[in-house]
Design a binder for this molecule. Structure first.
Ligand SMILES: [Zn+2]
Length: 310
């Protein structure tokens, strides 16, 4: 698939948000002065996922302030975001490392250097300080929006209470290809109290994706009592998927057996992709594929195999 979707949203200049008020660039914090949870709304973990930028700018530009607790709004990988090239719009996802796979102590305390590792180390105290985290993302392909989160009851409770998007991808074993931001530190442990979830809001460059990201961010703040908000619609019945396997591309020959956008189903043992000599087949019970890569890159995720939960 080489077609590039239309750019309904393009990067805007974020220099006005650089200074922030926390000492960490692009991080803004508002303390209500009253007891309550500390909620982090994080944008641009991936540089070309503009919807988080739209939502974060909305919160800052409209002067949203918490009535209880503390609100932090952050733009994560601005360096990758600023490298956006309309001729290669998928390249600015990351510069070197995937900023959403390096939140383990091994990476953060390790010796390697990259723009993403530098930024993750800078953001580490910001992420660790939050009780509840909404990490806003979007998808390469135009598919229905969905939540993604580790299978802790607290995450399921919050996302189902918010009710949109209605689709949930739950990760009982984590991601399998690194540590995402929402699993950093205590947020990756069973005993913690805080919700930490990803929301995938639609296709990267679509206007509707930014609009949904803004709504979900406000819903998330309202759920924890930081803002008052009328519920616009009753929660839709949840449609839940469980991540079975994260397939990482091993060879430049990685190919799907048919064009995939996401949410296609495969029967038991059906061939999903080939990767050199390796065959990637659906598990015994069949599967639903999520987030198939547009352009395979060795060492990055090729596709997620999930099963529908009933
Ligand atoms: Zn993303």
């Amino acid at each position: 698939m080489t077609t590039i979707p239309p750019f309904e949203v393009l990067p805007r200049d974020l220099s006005a948000y650089r200074a922030g008020n926390t000492g960490v660039p692009y991080v803004h914090r508002f303390d209500s002065g009253r007891p309550g949870p500390h909620v982090l709304v994080n944008a641009l973990t991936h540089g070309n996922e503009f919807c988080g930028m739209v939502a974060a700018c909305h919160l800052l530009d409209t002067g949203v302030r918490p009535q209880i607790g503390t609100l932090t709004v952050s733009f994560a990988n601005v360096e990758a975001y600023e490298s956006f090239d309309p001729a290669r719009p998928f390249e600015s996802r990351q510069l070197v490392h995937n900023l959403n796979r390096i939140w383990s102590e091994a990476w953060l305390d390790g010796p390697e250097q990259s723009p993403e590792l530098r930024r993750a180390r800078e953001l580490r105290p910001v992420v660790a300080a939050a009780d509840h985290i909404l990490d806003i993302h979007s998808t390469s392909n135009p598919v229905q929006p969905f939540w993604v989160y580790p299978a802790f009851a607290r995450n399921g409770h919050t996302t189902q209470a918010i009710g949109r998007p209605a689709v949930h991808l739950v990760m009982p074993q984590g991601l399998g290809s690194g540590t995402p931001l929402v699993q950093h530190g205590l947020h990756g442990t069973p005993g913690h109290h805080g919700t930490a979830v990803v929301v995938e809001c639609g296709q990267h460059f679509a206007h509707a994706t930014g609009a949904l990201a803004t709504e979900v961010a406000l819903d998330f703040l309202a759920h924890f009592g930081l803002v008052a908000r009328e519920r616009t619609a009753p929660p839709a019945p949840a449609q839940r998927y469980e991540l079975l396997q994260t397939v990482v591309v091993q060879t430049p020959g990685f190919r799907f057996t048919r064009p995939l956008l996401g949410f296609e189903t495969f029967g038991p043992h059906e061939l999903v992709a080939t990767d050199g000599e390796r065959e990637i087949r659906a598990p015994e019970g069949g599967c639903t594929v999520l987030m198939p890569t547009r352009a395979p890159v060795v060492g990055r995720e090729g596709v997620y195999l999930a099963r529908a939960l009933h």
